[in-house]
Design a protein. Structure first.
Length: 639
């Protein structure tokens, strides 16, 4: 998700903030004057996109290659993103006419190939996906933040506002609850952002249409079901982006203040100026830059102001449909930036999603007139959240109180409406068929990026292997298939038989440790630990306190030793875990290498290693893991 302009002031005093706020307010006044005087471009529509991507190493893990890749590319259409393992490219704007979508696709493929070539020359590769399946929390430190002043300044400002941490809690098939001390969780997201330039007089009507159609377009396009190994929403980016930069305090929450990433609270009535005024009123300034000459003075002499303060502030507020002001060839314009679509699964899928969106923008307005007269805003907002959570399994409250399952609404009503919308906009029949047939077939089969990923993981779970192997294989399959250029509904499920070297999934402890742990407390009776060992067929039971900190380890050997001392059965049942546990067990961190773990077990003559960070229990590795590795090596040598 693009994080905005790069040139900002690193440290802001109160005077700096007041000066910037005056400039911001003056920009809003100047924009209103430009609207009143008819200075902003009318009578032409243009389209363009931003393509974000992940950079990977040979093991299909995030690779911090952004700066050397950009140096190799030496192309102004490419730029940094928040993380060193992300990259962004920007298309040229195209007049919205007959061949614009085909020309946009051609340019995107060219940019994708350029990025791939430059990355491969550095030993890596490129992946188009909403959230990279192999991302780990250890990838999200400040050492992986791109060295751009704006990113560091934004991180400091957001962290200060949030009280020092960001909390993330997302529930899906699995549940993820975590905290982070910087904004780098946002770097888990990559998107395919669609820009639609429109005339000022039609902005309010088309912005409202964009809000309404965002849900069904997203439902068809979801491609981000996984985060840090957890199966969450069909489009987890929606929840993650809001929470990863949510700096609201409890007081702000209680007052109903929206997050900086938000959908909105109502239809636009008359003008784009409503949205900019709302955002100035609701959201504190977090960044400033050099102040331009007064925009009103610029207008007085007949020139066009940059409105830099307004654009910078707008870049720190992440509406899912964001209003944008820009200047092209000296002419100011307005556009809608639709930010909901994920990157991938393939360029043809992305362009199909864009065509579906553009077609509905025209088709809905012609079919229904002002959308705000036939649909409640709360219904549109609820549809958006339902699409993000459930994708094609969502149900939508549609116009005039009608309710449809997502797949029925899209195939029976919206794809035909989008075809009509593209046709009246002058798009060629060939291109209408090329793109909307992809959407229609994808929805009919119920096979978008998210369903393909989840079905692939379920299929691979039956084949065996570790969770890390399955996630790496999934990522490798994504890279292979999108390079072939075919839409996701035609993709075969990923299989472990196409996996990269499985040994790469046993390089560090966190790749194969057991995290579904059975634990006891020091005050528990030994009989509980013995029962857990018998029921779950394990030989080691970690002992933790109420805060999740490791305080000891009970081993099968300890229990046998206790029994060998011939306690009476009733006496054994009263013995506490604390009396027999190993009180200072040897431990490793998640980042410890496999060889380090093996050496520790050999050195101390032990069969297990609790995995901890800052004293807190995260997992356990045992001799069983290494026996499995040895068996696989022997099998490979035998073949």
């Amino acid at each position: 998700m693009a994080m905005g302009e790069h040139e900002v002031s690193q440290d802001m005093s109160d005077d700096d903030l007041r000066t910037f706020m005056r400039a911001l307010l003056e920009d809003v006044h100047a924009l209103q004057k430009m609207l009143d005087d008819g200075i902003i471009e009318e009578g032409v529509r243009r389209v363009g996109v931003e393509q974000e991507m992940f950079l990977l190493d040979e093991a299909m893990r995030p690779a911090p290659l952004a700066l050397p890749v950009l140096q190799k590319l030496n192309d102004k259409q490419f730029t940094t993103e928040l993380a060193r393992f992300n990259l962004e490219c920007n298309s040229r704007p195209y007049v919205y006419d007959s061949k614009c979508l085909r020309n946009l696709e051609k340019e995107l493929r060219h940019l994708y190939r350029k990025a791939m070539k430059a990355t491969e020359e550095l030993g890596g590769t490129v992946a188009l996906t909403g959230i990279l399946p192999t991302l780990q929390k250890t990838d999200l430190g400040l050492d992986n933040m791109c060295p751009v002043p704006r990113y560091y300044a934004l991180n400091r400002a957001m962290l200060k506002m949030s009280g020092g941490k960001f909390s993330t809690h997302i529930k899906g098939l699995d549940e993820l609850r975590t905290t982070h001390d910087n904004v780098m969780l946002e770097a888990c997201n990559t998107s395919f952002q669609v820009h639609f330039q429109i005339s000022p007089h039609e902005f309010a009507r088309l912005y409202n249409v964009s809000q309404a159609v965002t849900a069904p377009v997203l439902a068809a396009a979801v491609n981000s079901p996984l985060l840090l190994g957890h199966r969450l929403w069909q489009e987890t980016r929606i929840a993650l982006f809001q929470q990863s930069v949510d700096a609201r305090t409890d007081v702000h929450h209680s007052r109903g203040m929206p997050a900086r990433v938000h959908y909105g609270d109502g239809w636009v009535n008359d003008s784009v100026i409503e949205l900019f005024r709302q955002d100035v009123a609701r959201f504190r300034v977090v960044l400033s830059n050099a102040i331009d000459e007064s925009p009103l003075k610029v207008l007085e002499r007949g020139d066009i102001p940059k409105l830099s303060a307004l654009c910078l502030h707008n870049g720190t507020i992440y509406r899912w449909n964001r209003p944008c002001y820009g200047i092209t060839n000296g002419v100011p314009h307005l556009r809608i930036e639709n930010r909901v679509l994920p990157s991938g699964p393939s360029i043809i899928d992305e362009m199909a999603n864009a065509a579906f969106y553009f077609g509905l923008m025209s088709g809905m307005l012609e079919q229904y007139g002002p959308i705000e007269e036939v649909m409640d805003f709360d219904a549109a907002k609820g549809n958006f959240l339902a699409a993000a959570r459930r994708g094609l399994s969502a149900d939508f409250d549609w116009v005039k109180g009608q309710r449809y399952p997502a797949r029925e609404l899209i195939t029976d009503h919206l794809v035909p409406l989008a075809r009509h919308g593209l046709k009246i906009s002058g798009i060629s029949d060939e291109d209408i068929g090329r793109y909307l047939n992809v959407v229609e077939e994808r929805v009919r089969r119920g096979k978008n990026g998210s369903t393909w990923m989840l079905q692939s993981l379920a299929s691979m779970a039956k084949e065996g292997g570790t969770k890390d192997e399955r996630l790496r294989t999934l990522t490798q399959a994504i890279v292979k298939r999108q390079r072939r250029g075919r839409p996701v509904h035609s993709w075969k499920l990923a299989s472990l038989t196409e996996s990269a070297d499985w040994r790469r999934s046993f390089q560090t402890v966190n790749q194969f440790m057991d995290t579904e742990l059975f634990t006891v407390r020091a005050q528990d009776i030994v009989d509980l630990a013995a029962s857990l060992m018998e029921w779950e067929k394990v030989k080691y039971i970690p002992v933790e306190d109420d805060e999740g900190k490791l305080v000891g380890l009970v081993t099968h050997h300890d229990l046998l030793h206790l029994i060998s001392r011939r306690f009476e059965a009733e006496s054994v049942r009263t013995v506490t875990v604390e009396s027999i546990m190993v009180k200072d067990p040897v431990t490793v961190t998640p980042e410890s290498t496999t060889m380090q773990a093996i050496e520790l077990m050999r050195k101390h003559g032990i069969g297990s290693l609790p995995v901890v960070r800052d004293g807190r229990l995260l997992g356990i590795v045992t001799e069983r893991h290494f026996l499995e590795v040895a068996a696989r090596l022997m099998e490979q040598m035998g073949n």
